[in-house]
Design a protein. Structure first.
Length: 349
C-alpha cells in the first residue's frame, strides 16, 4: 500500500462521539481490504473524542481538528478536500462497518465504471441489538433513482462510497441543509451517474435516544421535504402533476386524491424507467410510497376505501395487511385528521 496514494479515503467526522468512537474506529482498522487512509476529523468536541483518537498509532489514520465547531457539512467538505484516494468512503462515528465492506465496495466500483456511487443495506443497532432493516432485494439504478424523488429510503450515510474525481469535477458538496445532508448529496451524485445498493448488509447504523435524528426529527422532515421539492423541479412531468406532488411533499397531511396521486407517481416512474408493478423491480418501492400516502390522507371515506382496494397497487400493501381493519373502520366513520395526529415522514433521509 502507498500511504501517499491510497485506493480509498475513509472519512469520519467526530463531534462529542466518545461513547461509540472506539468501536467505530476498530471496525475500519479491521477491514479485510487494507489499501486506505483513514481521515478522522474532530469538529470541536469537548468530550474525550480527541484523546481517544490520539491513542491509535496506525499510520493510516490522519487526524484533523477544527479550531472551532464548523458544523456537519463544512467539516465533511473539509475532510473530502483532504482526501487522496480514488474512492471516498463515509463513516459516522457511532456506526459500524462490517469487515468486508470496503473490499466489496471497491470491487464493485472497479468493475462498474459507469457507477458514481454505491451503498449497501444495513442492520440497525437498537438497545445493543442488531436488527435487519428492510428486506434485501437487488434494485436497479432506475428503481433507486425513482425512490429518491420520495425520500432516502435505502442509503445509510455510513454505507456510501463514491468516486472522488467525479464528485469534485461535478462540483458536488455537502450542504447547505443543516440536516438530511446525506439525502441531498446522494441526489446530487445520482444526477451525475448511476447508483447502486449492494444487496447485502455491510454496516450497522446506531439508533439511540440522544441521536440527532431522534431529537431533531421534525426539523429534519421539513428539510427533507424541501429537498424533495427542489429535486422535483427538473423532472419532465406535467406542471400540474409537479405542483400536486410539491404540495404533497410540503404538507404533513394531504388532500391529494388517491387516483391523482397514483397518476403523478406513475409518471415519475415512467421518466425514471422504473418498473413499479407488483412484481417489478421497483414494486416494493411503490408499496412503501403508497403506504406513506395512506397514512398522510387528511380524511377517509368508503369511496376512498373502494378506490384503494380496487387499485392494482393495493395488492401486498403492508399497511392493509397490518392495519386494514382499522382503515376500514376509519373509512366507515369518515375519520378526519388533525396535524398532530400524523406520524412524521418516515423516509425523509
Amino acid at each position: 500500500m502507498n500511504i501517499e496514494k491510497p485506493k480509498v479515503s475513509l472519512i469520519m467526522k467526530v463531534y462529542n462521539g466518545e461513547a461509540y468512537l472506539k468501536e467505530a474506529i476498530n471496525s475500519i482498522l479491521n477491514q479485510t481490504y487494507q489499501d486506505f487512509e483513514f481521515i478522522i476529523i474532530d469538529d470541536g468536541s469537548f468530550d474525550r473524542s480527541p484523546d481517544i483518537v490520539r491513542q491509535y498509532t496506525d499510520e493510516r489514520i490522519r487526524f484533523l481538528q477544527n479550531e472551532q465547531n464548523m458544523g456537519l457539512c463544512a467539516t465533511q467538505n473539509k475532510a473530502i478536500q483532504a482526501a487522496r484516494g480514488e474512492y471516498i468512503a463515509v463513516m459516522d462515528c457511532d456506526d459500524i462497518s462490517y469487515k468486508t465492506r470496503l473490499e466489496k465496495q471497491v470491487a464493485f466500483l472497479d468493475t462498474n465504471p459507469e457507477y458514481i456511487m454505491c451503498g449497501s443495506y444495513r442492520n440497525s443497532i437498537v438497545n445493543g441489538e442488531e436488527i435487519p432493516f428492510l428486506p434485501i432485494k437487488e434494485l436497479s439504478n432506475e428503481s433507486l433513482q425513482f425512490s429518491l424523488y420520495f425520500g432516502n429510503m435505502f442509503f445509510s450515510h455510513s454505507s456510501i462510497m463514491f468516486r472522488r474525481k467525479a464528485y469534485q469535477e461535478e462540483g458536488i458538496s455537502y450542504g447547505p441543509a443543516k440536516y438530511a445532508e446525506d439525502y441531498q448529496v446522494i441526489i446530487e451524485m445520482a444526477k451525475k451517474g448511476k447508483i447502486y445498493l449492494l444487496p447485502e448488509r455491510l454496516i450497522a447504523y446506531r439508533i439511540y435516544g440522544e441521536s440527532t435524528s431522534q431529537k431533531k426529527k421534525d426539523e429534519m422532515a421539513q428539510i427533507a421535504a424541501d429537498i424533495k421539492i427542489t429535486h422535483l423541479k427538473d423532472l419532465d412531468i406535467a406542471g400540474q402533476e409537479k405542483t400536486a406532488l410539491e404540495k404533497y411533499f410540503a404538507d404533513p397531511i394531504t388532500e391529494l386524491d388517491f387516483e391523482e396521486f397514483i397518476t403523478c407517481t406513475e409518471h415519475v416512474a415512467q421518466v425514471c424507467n422504473a418498473d413499479i408493478q407488483k412484481d417489478g423491480n421497483a414494486g416494493e418501492i411503490m408499496n412503501q410510497i403508497v403506504n406513506e400516502y395512506i397514512w398522510k390522507m387528511e380524511s377517509y371515506s368508503l369511496k376512498k376505501w373502494i378506490a384503494l382496494r380496487q387499485s392494482p397497487y393495493s395488492r401486498g400493501l403492508s399497511v392493509l395487511q397490518r392495519d386494514g381493519f382499522l382503515l376500514f373502520v376509519m373509512s366507515v366513520l369518515h375519520y378526519k385528521k388533525k396535524k398532530e395526529n400524523l406520524e412524521i415522514n418516515k423516509y425523509g433521509g
